[in-house]
Design a protein around this ligand. Sequence first.
Ligand SMILES: NC(=O)c1ccc[n+]([C@@H]2O[C@H](COP(=O)([O-])OP(=O)(O)OC[C@H]3O[C@@H](n4cnc5c(N)ncnc54)[C@H](O)[C@@H]3O)[C@@H](O)[C@H]2O)c1
Length: 372
Amino acid sequence: MYKVKIYGAGSIGNHLAHACRCRGWGVLICDTDPGALDRTRTSIYPSRYGQWDDAIELATPEQASQGRYDAVFIGTPPDSHIALAREAIRLHCPRVVMIEKPACDPSLKGCDQLLEEAQSAGAFVGVGYNHVLTPHTLYAQELLSTGLLGQPQTIAVRWTEHWGGIFAAHPWLAGPSDSYLGHASRGGGACGEHSHGINIWQHFAHALGAGHVSQVHAMMDVVQDHGAQYDRIAQLHLKTDAGLIGYVIQDVVTQPPVKTLRVQGSEGSLEWHVNYDANHDAVIHAVDGVTTKKLFPKSRPDDFKGEVQHVHDILSGAVQDSPVSLYRGLDTMLIIAAAYQSNEVNKTVQVHRGHTYTPANITDVAEACLSP
Ligand SMILES: NC(=O)c1ccc[n+]([C@@H]2O[C@H](COP(=O)([O-])OP(=O)(O)OC[C@H]3O[C@@H](n4cnc5c(N)ncnc54)[C@H](O)[C@@H]3O)[C@@H](O)[C@H]2O)c1
């Protein structure tokens, strides 16, 4: 039985605790806010999963600063992720650290140190972009690997969902300004909160052998309200170093939500849907005038069971090249940082993906695409 520590007794902390308990793992959840620990026991966990589970330990950071854990999950606001991941490696010698998305805030502060420390401790660090691990993603990849779409021409992603549902699940928050969600500089806004969109674009570009994103041009609708400053709509045009172009639209205003990716090839197309209906993800491909739809049953808890299964597979040595490695998560973070910069200067931004992850990778601003 593996032993895990979860930082953050919020929405994701509860999902992960439940997914780990479903495997019979020992779980400790720690939170700086005693009110959050109390809510977990009396409200969030029982309302989602039927009843509280007495086997879960709840603790403050001081009470939970010692002991070895096989895996640590970081489920706190994005601007705390990197420091906590580094602390977890130092305190608990875990073999796996899984940071929730987005990896950090757009300053990328501390990322290089985390990469170095993880490497010297021999720990796997990942970022929980769990949609790359689902059965429908694996099925879509399998189809694409047969080459049935011909030459890839473009990838289009929409990850658009009104964030009212998030605030409904956090009734103690007065609004966006009260949390990281309303602060782009803390990893919130549409770019950070819905960064599954950018990540899945990169994931399928990778699966198609289409390279890494090297250019970003973004346009955003930025809101300033009660001290909050965030992008509520972010539209990104992307180009890879292999020449593939496409777009990602993320927003926190669309309802009902749309979470789709579409690959267009010279011989056909593939659509990938999250929450195609209330109980399914879906993949639809169309080649030679024939459209094939495959539905994949799933519930919200399943989203996190896949992530925990992946941690299990890493712990048992069954994973060689993880699609949720820290490198992949930081590749996504670089695009987020580049998008903010592009929106600010209204120019296409070059992304230099080197051995380091710092804002220096994106300071080279190209000539504006549409300059007069
Ligand atoms: N993969 C997904 O689908 C998914 C879903 C939900 C949230 N998330 C991500 O998970 C993270 C947390 O989101 P959430 O909705 O659970 O937030 P939340 O506000 O519900 O919970 C965060 C908790 O972290 C606690 N915290 C803050 N600093 C801490 C520290 N230093 N040590 C311990 N606890 C600390 C807070 O007190 C709070 O209770 C975000 O990065 C979010 O984007 C991912």
